[in-house]
Design a protein around this ligand. Structure first.
Ligand SMILES: Cc1cc2nc3c(=O)[nH]c(=O)nc-3n(C[C@H](O)[C@H](O)[C@H](O)COP(=O)(O)O)c2cc1C
Length: 174
């Protein structure tokens, strides 16, 4: 369930360099585990998040293109690093550098997903904000949802081409 009634406050909440925000989801992205750091930063109780889709903490500034990329990598069985702007229950926001991985059973089948997040470098956030703003703008000027992803992806690909780096190396160069 997303929360259209909560408006972003544009207030950033900080968390410590030592904090690791952890959550696990099922195959559909429903939260099955959130650690205490997650709950305290996002402002939710355990019962409020368990079983909820992970877009519970989605911030409206996040480009759809980034989540499309994330899900594409996860479903292909690969890990991904991504900068994500998340929204707390109160509408405040916090930036994370997320490492998201598939979780596998003993036979190697993907049974869910796992994300560990840390506080990003301040300098990286400025660059990511600018890039995500450009991606969102391209998404919003597209005529439909599918075209929005194509347009957003084109902006991301241009940034990667300009940097001369593949996605992962680009993320770590910011
Ligand atoms: C393990 C895992 C962690 C995720 N963490 C976040 C997160 O921190 N913030 C977020 O907005 N989406 C996160 N997502 C992506 C959401 O599932 C969803 O794709 C995204 O919020 C966009 O939702 P929407 O397309 O319904 O708007 C995560 C997904 C997985 C599988």
């Amino acid at each position: 369930m997303s929360r259209p009634s909560v408006m972003p406050t544009h207030k950033e909440v900080a968390f410590s360099k030592d904090d690791v925000i952890v959550s696990k989801t099922d195959l559909k992205g429903k939260i099955v585990y959130a650690n205490d750091v997650f709950l305290s930063i996002a402002g939710y109780g355990e019962r409020e998040v368990n079983g909820e889709p992970h877009n519970l903490i989605r911030h409206p500034d996040m480009p759809r293109t980034i989540f499309d990329l994330l899900w594409g990598e996860l479903k292909a069985g690969r890990e991904i690093f991504a900068y994500v702007k998340n929204m707390t229950k109160a509408g405040d926001h916090y930036w994370v550098l997320a490492h998201v991985t598939p979780s596998r059973d003993e036979r190697g089948s993907i049974v869910g997903y796992h994300s560990n997040r840390r506080v990003p470098e301040r300098s990286a956030i400025g660059k990511v904000e600018a890039l995500y703003r450009d991606i969102r703008r391209a998404e919003q000027s597209a005529p439909g949802p599918r075209e929005a992803l194509t347009a957003g992806r084109a902006v991301l690909d241009q940034a990667l081409a300009a940097a001369g780096k593949p996605y992962d190396a680009f993320v770590f160069s910011l």
